[in-house]
Write a protein that binds this ligand. Structure first.
Ligand SMILES: [Zn+2]
Length: 212
């Protein structure tokens, strides 16, 4: 364990010596100004996802919320961390866009297909209930596609349906619904491919993920 802490500390020293000096002015200004991110980015907690890196964003540009499976409980279901982040980002920070970003090879989506994988994790199991409707829809879409002879990857269909479902959940939050009604907020769903760097996007109102 200590070896890992030493590795982390070495990383901080490298940041202080090599990265910070190059952007010192930006960091100093960011510390004294109020943050004004333009986007709330909701992504999976997966260690291979880096929202700042994949959007080439700078310090202070995106407000990030991450959890297992990039889920947003529908309003009133589970008022907790995610709901508070959404309300704060929209009402206080005034973000103008919210991204829900899913990704390929997502362990959370795999767990929906294979519930035994999370049998010993009751908290994770309960959390994943927020994605069950996506599982139902994905199974039907997948069966239909196979019956018509089209190629269909159930994991990919599920990953997409989960992002679309979470976009629906997002709109049940009063702060989001009001900001969208005022045309001050838009939302989009993304699928990120870790292996290729490809991002496909479904703008709010669309259920089709198109490459950039
Ligand atoms: Zn994931």
């Amino acid at each position: 364990m200590d070896r890992i802490l030493e590795q982390l500390k070495a990383g901080v020293r490298r940041f202080q010596a090599e990265v910070y000096p190059l952007q010192a002015a930006i960091f100093e200004q960011a510390a004294v100004e109020e943050q004004a991110p333009h986007t709330l980015f909701i992504a999976c907690a997966d260690s291979r996802i880096d929202p700042v890196a994949i959007t080439s964003s700078s310090t202070g540009e995106i407000f990030v919320a991450r959890n297992i499976g990039n889920l947003v409980p529908a309003y009133g279901e589970m008022l907790g961390g995610v709901s508070a982040v959404v309300e704060f980002a929209v009402t206080s920070l005034g973000v103008r866009h919210i991204v829900i970003c899913g990704h390929l090879h997502c362990g959370a989506m795999q767990a929906l297909l294979d519930p035994d994988a999370i049998a010993k994790m009751p908290t994770v199991q309960r959390w994943m209930n927020n994605a069950h409707a996506a599982f139902s829809v994905a199974q039907i879409l997948h069966q239909r596609a196979e019956q018509s002879g089209a190629h269909s990857d159930l994991m990919q269909v599920l990953t997409e349906q989960n992002v679309l479902l979470q976009m629906q959940h997002l709109k049940t939050h009063p702060s989001v619904a009001a900001a969208m009604a005022r045309s001050e907020l838009t939302i989009s769903g993304w699928i990120y491919n870790i292996g290729t760097g490809e991002v496909r996007i479904a703008p709010g109102g669309s259920s089709k993920f198109e490459p950039l």
